[in-house]
Design a protein around this ligand. Structure first.
Ligand code: DGL
Length: 264
């Protein structure tokens, strides 16, 4: 292992690009390899066993490419598979993510917070354990959002159909009196402007991407594995339609990048 090796990042699709941006912003000297497992999106409606299987396959590809750390840029895959990945590759830095209940609990004035996430994340044992830890401090209202990931994958970040779907999901959380909404899926930061429009300025919207980048920074630093720079490279792979990802990219990634097709 050495610092010049790349960091591997994956998600069920394009959502993890919201995390990749934060990693790139914080650690611009790091070379990154991203896999969008878009042939199998959405993970949120799959069984835990299916998600574990896909996560192992994608991780094996990234490890074959010589990554020094793995970022599971997906709440659903973290909930279903991170334990398996850590057991399979002990010693490897594996960073996962979970809905930001802790920061929301600290930030909420009224003690009511809402979590927007996939069905898979919300029904997981990992999420139940997270809720258990904060159940005395705050009331947590959860809202699964089936169909939203598909709209975002299609590049519909502000279409009337996306707006209508999102409005339907947010309404019960606002009606319950939540003053903090957690984006518990890495696809959702891409529709934050639409969500802001729907909820107005008085509601906090909390995302986890920057915290994941901080955690990765800290773990690489501790292991003496930070890249010295400056020759960082970026590789994007998709198991889905290459042309569709290339077309969606300008709205989701700040620079130019070439997408490669991956069969897994
Ligand atoms: N972006 C993923 C997450 O953070 C999963 C979305 C999906 O494929 O359902 O949960």
């Amino acid at each position: 292992m050495h610092g010049q090796m790349p960091v591997g990042v994956f998600d069920s699709g394009l959502g993890g690009l919201s995390v990749l941006s934060e990693i790139h912003l914080r650690l611009p000297q790091e070379s990154l390899i991203y896999v969008a497992d878009s042939a199998y999106v959405p993970y949120g409606e799959k069984t835990a066993a299916q998600i574990v299987e896909r996560s192992i396959l994608v991780s094996e590809f990234l490890l074959d490419r010589g990554v020094k750390a793995l970022v599971v840029a997906c709440n659903t895959a973290t909930a279903a598979a991170i334990q398996t990945l850590r057991e399979r590759w002990p010693g490897l830095i594996v960073v996962g993510m979970e809905p930001a209940v802790k920061p929301a609990a600290q930030q909420s004035q009224c003690g009511k917070i809402g979590v927007l996430a996939t069905t898979g994340t919300l029904r997981s044992a990992r999420f139940a354990a997270l809720l258990e830890r904060y159940s005395e401090k705050v009331q947590v209202y959860t809202q699964p959002c089936p169909g939203l990931v598909e709209r975002i994958e299609a590049g519909e970040l502000a279409s009337p159909a996306t707006r209508e779907l999102l409005a339907g999901y947010v309404h019960p959380l606002l009606a319950a009196g939540c003053d903090c909404l957690i984006l518990g899926c890495t696809h959702y930061p891409f529709i934050k402007p639409l969500l802001r429009e729907l909820v107005g300025d008085g509601i906090a919207i909390i995302d986890t991407g920057a915290a994941v980048a901080r955690r990765l920074h800290c773990l690489l630093d501790e292991a003496g594995l930070l890249a010295a720079g400056p020759a960082a490279t970026l590789e994007l792979h998709t198991t889905g339609d290459m042309a569709a990802m290339q077309q969606a990219l300008p709205a989701l990634w700040p620079g130019s990048a070439c997408v490669q097709e991956l069969q897994l």
